[in-house]
Structures are given as C-alpha cells and as structure tokens.
Design a protein around this ligand. Structure first.
Ligand code: AMP
Length: 112
C-alpha cells in the first residue's frame, strides 16, 4: 500500500535497521524501543491488522520468524515476549500487521 510506512520499509524505500529478511518477512528494530531488544516482524505483503490475516500459513510463518529473531538476537533462552497490538483498543498505531519481539529485560504482567 503506497501510503504505508511499513510497506515502504519492506520495499527498502525508507531506512530501517533490518535484522532479518526472507520468505516474505522482514524484521527491523523499533524506532522507539520499549526493551533492550525490540524488533518488529512484518509480512512484506500489506495486511492492515491481525483481523485481516485470513491465511493461517502466513501467521505461522510470522510467528516462526519472530521466534528465529529471538534466537538470533540472543534473547530466547532467558525469555522474551511477542505482542500483536490490534486496532485502537489494542494500542495499534501502525496499520500494517506486525509482531513486536521484546526481550533483554524481565517483562511485567498484566500489560498496561
Ligand atoms: P503499534 O503501536 O503496535 O502499532 O506499534 C508500532 C510501532 O512501530 C511502534 O512501536 C513504533 O515505535 C514503531 N515505528 C513507527 N515507525 C517506525 C519506523 N519508521 N521504524 C521503526 N519502527 C517504527
């Protein structure tokens, strides 16, 4: 989608700190990190939110990609959190489906 900032990152049209890409996915560092490791994982094809993701195979690939990012950034063994904010009450601000991979510190529960 031409106006979507994450589509532009996926296309390499605007800069991002990419940590992993391939198989229709891109992972890049969040501009405003909420943990020592904070990486966003997106499908390169535009989907507005989790509500628009009808293909379970794409969701499975996204989740596996997020797990691999956690392994490769060194947070997997101590632990990490994967978050999918969805629509306004879920705290979503960028309307291109993305998984947050957060690690490098102990997480609290419940989330805010
Ligand atoms: P959400 O609130 O779940 O929609 O998360 C959107 C995330 O995208 C926020 O954590 C932002 O800090 C992050 N973000 C927005 N623009 C950029 C960008 N150009 N590069 C990296 N992260 C971004």
């Amino acid at each position: 989608m031409s106006s979507c900032i994450f589509c532009k990152i996926a296309a390499g049209e605007i800069p991002a700190q990419v940590v992993k890409k391939g198989d229709g996915m891109v992972a890049f560092r969040d501009l405003n990190p909420q943990a020592p490791t904070h990486v966003l994982v997106i499908p390169t094809t535009h989907l507005g939110s989790l509500n628009d993701a009808k293909d379970a195979a794409v969701l499975g690939k996204l989740m596996a990609f997020a797990r691999d990012v956690a392994l490769e950034t060194g947070v997997a063994s101590k632990g990490y959190r994967v978050v999918v904010n969805t629509n306004p009450d879920g705290g979503q601000t960028v309307f291109h489906l993305h998984l947050h991979v957060l690690g490098g510190r102990a997480m609290k529960w419940p989330p805010g």
